[in-house]
Design a protein around this ligand. Structure first.
Ligand SMILES: NC(=O)c1ccc[n+]([C@@H]2O[C@H](COP(=O)([O-])OP(=O)(O)OC[C@H]3O[C@@H](n4cnc5c(N)ncnc54)[C@H](O)[C@@H]3O)[C@@H](O)[C@H]2O)c1
Ligand SMILES: CC(C)[C@H](C(=O)O)[C@@H](O)C(=O)O
Ligand SMILES: [Mg+2]
Length: 362
């Protein structure tokens, strides 16, 4: 563990700055309590960068991220920019920073905290005790394949190419097995091998890698069936590993098992310990500027950063404990409140977490 860390802070758009403010305050408190200095340097990404710099990923943002020990990101996008064809192309914005930093492994845990069972729209007996991780390949597949638009005999044609090579598949499968080894030792590899060639290669590589992990059970599920099983019996899952787009969809679905997408944190890791940490949710334009967004997914992303990139496991545990304590005491933002009239705002939720953290780290 070092005594000084440089953290690139990219609040982004919509609720991004609101939730990021609370996350940075939590990180600052961790610094004060542990004697570690976090130098947080802010930079623009997403819509705000399009407006100010004319590009969603200014060069200095990528440079800052590369020079930092870890990156914290809020959310990007919104109706004003989503039609801009450059905004989410492979080389720009969120996808550009993922590729530019080599963040191939996206880790998205979905744990149902016991005090939040009532926030889920699913039956308590189905969701209580859910504890799974979606390991999503993040820098390949259809997101990054060649895109084309041209005129054909039946009108305009659009193409998105989906490509995976063995090396890309192998490294993400290994990440999932390494994680499973420390958990229930069960990996479900999700694909569409009955239709897609890229999925057939995925399955072949998964089988090959599994031979190196005899202690971990590997099963395969087709993505449509997995989507169904996630809602029917989510407790069957320990680690799900899958390609980029399937992981995007399944992780939002898994988020709802836990009550709200406002609870789900994520880590996007490169080889080694460098990572970018962000909530799974987006910029929530419908609630931006109202001060009601749930900051817990971003605060829990800080915990993931402390554990996975900064070797500060104890501080990570403390942040998580503080979040659970606040929930156990019954405090809720609107997205997780059974009674919305009693919901608290973003700032209040952040303050409550820091109050608990103060007690835990004393
Ligand atoms: N990683 C990212 O930056 C990221 C991820 C997903 C979507 N997006 C972008 O965000 C924009 C909006 O997308 P969307 O509406 O499909 O998804 P979203 O996740 O922003 O919002 C979906 C719903 O969840 C709610 N929600 C999300 N986060 C919340 C929070 N912290 N607290 C309370 N409620 C919350 C929103 O109010 C909305 O009703 C789009 O431009 C999209 O491209 C960005
Ligand atoms: C905004 C979008 C490009 C992004 C993705 O699809 O990866 C988001 O949905 C996510 O899950 O982080
Ligand atoms: Mg998504």
């Amino acid at each position: 563990m070092k005594k000084n860390y440089r953290i690139a802070v990219l609040p982004g758009d919509g609720i991004g700055p609101e939730i990021m403010q609370e996350a940075v305050k939590v990180l600052t408190l961790v610094g004060e309590k542990t004697g570690v200095t976090f130098t947080c340097e802010e930079a623009r990404i997403g819509g705000i960068a399009i407006d100010t710099d004319g590009t969603p990923l200014p060069e200095e943002t990528l440079k800052l991220a590369k020079e930092s020990d870890a990156v914290l990101l809020g959310a990007v996008g919104g109706p004003k920019w989503d039609q801009n064809p450059g905004h989410l192309r492979p080389e720009t914005g969120l996808l550009g920073i993922r590729k530019g930093l080599g963040l191939f492994a996206n880790i998205r845990p979905a744990n149902m905290h016991s005090s939040l069972v009532d926030a889920s729209t699913l039956k308590p007996e189905v969701v209580s005790g859910v504890d799974l991780i979606v390991v999503r390949e993040l820098t390949g597949g259809i997101y990054f394949g060649e895109k084309k638009r041209y005129d054909g005999p039946n009108g305009e044609v659009a193409e998105d190419q989906c490509i995976y090579n063995e090396q890309e598949i192998e490294r993400i499968i290994r990440v999932s097995f390494d994680i499973a080894r420390k958990r229930q030792k069960r990996v479900v590899s999700v694909d569409k091998a009955n239709v897609l060639e890229s999925s057939r290669l995925w399955r072949k590589v998964a089988e090959r890698v599994a031979a190196d992990y005899p202690d971990v059970e590997l099963t395969h599920q087709l993505v449509d069936s997995c989507a169904m099983q996630l809602v029917r019996d989510p407790k069957q899952f320990d680690v799900i590993v899958t390609e980029n787009m399937f992981g995007d969809i399944l992780s939002d679905q898994a988020a709802m098992l836990t009550g709200s997408i406002g609870m789900l944190s994520s880590a996007s890791l490169a080889a080694g310990s460098f990572g970018l940490f962000e909530p799974v949710h987006g910029s929530a334009p419908d609630i931006a500027g109202k001060g009601i967004a749930n900051p817990l997914a971003t605060i829990l992303s800080v915990a993931m950063m402390l554990r996975l990139s900064l070797e500060m496991d104890e501080a990570a545990d403390a942040v998580e404990k503080a979040v659970w304590a606040v929930l156990e005491a019954g405090h809720r933002t609107g997205d997780i409140a059974a009674d919305r009239s009693k919901a608290i705002g973003t700032l209040e939720m952040g303050q409550l977490v820091r109050d608990e953290l103060n007690k835990i780290l004393n």
